[in-house]
Design a protein around this ligand. Structure first.
Ligand code: MN
Length: 169
């Protein structure tokens, strides 16, 4: 993992996005962030800290709290850790042009593997999120190429199928 692809896509004289991973996590815990991105196609960017990087997925429909719903999560380039606090406007003409807001943020811990590197290598892993919106146990499952599925696991923080439908109405 590296920031090569991230840096190649961006002109830092034009965008205010981070150039490196200058920010460190508090108290040694790992952080996550879910940014809402009003790009040409609206989506959510879900990111999990891995050392001084953020392993990243674009989730077109955003996370679902219904354990029966599997949300496509397309793996995108690693981002610098400092990107977790980025909110603002990526200028028109630049990569990912459009507004970015932090939809949720907090910490996470791996459940079935000691490190996220191992989870990524295995192609499926569980983790617990401690955010404002995203809480409890979640799954990321690799399908093929860059496609993964983000799935809420059933627990006290999941919504029943009907609850999720009601929320959308
Ligand atoms: Mn994005």
């Amino acid at each position: 993992m590296s920031l090569e692809e991230y840096s190649a896509k961006r002109d830092f004289s034009k965008t205010k996005e981070s150039t490196d991973g200058e920010e460190t996590a508090q108290d040694g815990s790992s952080i996550f962030v879910c940014q809402e991105h009003y790009a040409s196609r609206h989506h959510f960017d879900f990111r999990l800290q891995c050392g001084d990087l953020l392993v990243s997925w674009a989730v077109p429909k955003g996370p679902s709290f219904d354990p029966t719903v599997k949300r496509l999560a397309v793996r995108t380039e690693d981002h610098p850790l400092a990107y977790a606090s980025f909110e603002g406007e990526i200028p028109q003409g630049e990569y990912g042009a459009g507004r970015v807001t932090i939809w949720d943020a907090g910490t996470y811990r791996m459940e079935d593997f000691p490190t996220i590197e191992e989870g990524l290598a295995r192609g499926a892993f569980r983790f617990t999120l401690h955010g404002q919106r995203m809480k409890g146990s979640w799954n990321l499952v690799h399908m093929k190429e860059k496609n993964w599925l983000l799935i809420k696991r059933r627990d006290e923080h999941s919504l029943a199928e009907e609850g999720e439908k009601a929320k959308r109405r």
